[in-house]
Design a protein around this ligand. Structure first.
Ligand SMILES: NC(=O)c1ccc[n+]([C@@H]2O[C@H](COP(=O)([O-])OP(=O)(O)OC[C@H]3O[C@@H](n4cnc5c(N)ncnc54)[C@H](OP(=O)(O)O)[C@@H]3O)[C@@H](O)[C@H]2O)c1
Length: 233
């Protein structure tokens, strides 16, 4: 039986929450984070099992060490948080760009820095990127940039944190995730038409792929698209 805590940064909603629910149901000690303390605590109660909540804002990386004090014996660390952003080079919003770059690259890295002393030799880290890394869309300038940064981050962390394993998952649009499940039908149908499997990726499939990256002891340094074959189109 595996032991140690599963930490899910961005575990109050969406894919992070789904993964936290899986590990809580499996009897693991789980820590989830969100920005608001009472909302995160309420979410931890809903998830149940041995789940506790912490409040932190990745856009304030200098605060993260204090926020994460008391998190120890980390078996799996999942970085899934995102604050959605639309930005383009012609209408460049510097404040928005700084916020997302800080959150996703500096904030994620600082969490790993703070928790590194609490990782075991067989621990693993999973970082969420996204398919905008390879398939930009209008307004994805910062999103595409940070998801490309995730790819580089994985490679350097594999070297610096060895033998801890580090992988990333790059989902296409997850059709039943809270972010996308209410999208207009025309958009949904257009996305399905561009996906070779003939359906959008599901949250359950992302959880399954996440478990593979977190738990398979041979998997290290992988940036895995989870996209139903979208990249072949
Ligand atoms: N859903 C998709 O289809 C999809 C597609 C491609 C990539 N992804 C990637 O997968 C990951 C999860 O996406 P999702 O759609 O499941 O996300 P989501 O439902 O929007 O949830 C975002 C999570 O991030 C937390 N968060 C937001 N801003 C934060 C901040 N400044 N500091 C700390 N935490 C913050 C939120 O917590 P609170 O609101 O409680 O503070 C929440 O737990 C993201 O990295 C995203 O880029 C998702």
């Amino acid at each position: 039986m595996a032991s140690g805590t599963v930490v899910v940064v961005g575990g109050t909603r969406g894919l992070g929450r789904e993964l936290a629910q899986h590990y809580a149901d499996a009897g693991r000690d789980v820590v989830i984070t969100g920005r608001d303390e009472s909302a995160a605590a309420a979410c931890a109660r809903e998830i149940g099992g041995s789940t506790r909540a912490l409040a932190l804002d990745l856009a304030n990386p200098h605060e993260l060490a204090d926020r994460l004090a008391g998190v120890e014996d980390v078996q799996h660390l999942v970085l899934a948080a995102i604050d959605r952003d639309s930005n383009s080079v012609r209408a460049y919003d510097i404040a928005a760009a700084l916020r997302l770059v800080t959150l996703k690259l500096v904030g994620y890295t600082e969490v790993i820095h703070v928790l590194a002393p609490h990782l075991q030799a067989d621990s693993s880290i999973l970082i969420f990127g996204g398919l905008a890394r390879d398939r930009p869309y209008p307004g994805s300038t910062t999103v595409t940039t940070v998801n490309g940064g995730v790819t580089g981050l994985v490679r350097t962390l594999v070297i610096e944190l060895a033998p801890t394993r580090v992988n990333a998952l790059h989902p296409a649009i997850v059709g039943d995730s809270p972010q996308w499940r209410d999208m207009p039908k025309e958009r949904f149908d257009a996305l399905v038409a561009r996906t070779p499997t003939g359906k959008l990726v599901t949250m359950a499939e992302v959880v399954d792929a996440s478990r593979f990256l977190l738990e398979n002891a041979a998997i290290n340094g992988i940036n895995l698209p989870v996209d139903g074959g979208w990249l072949c189109m």
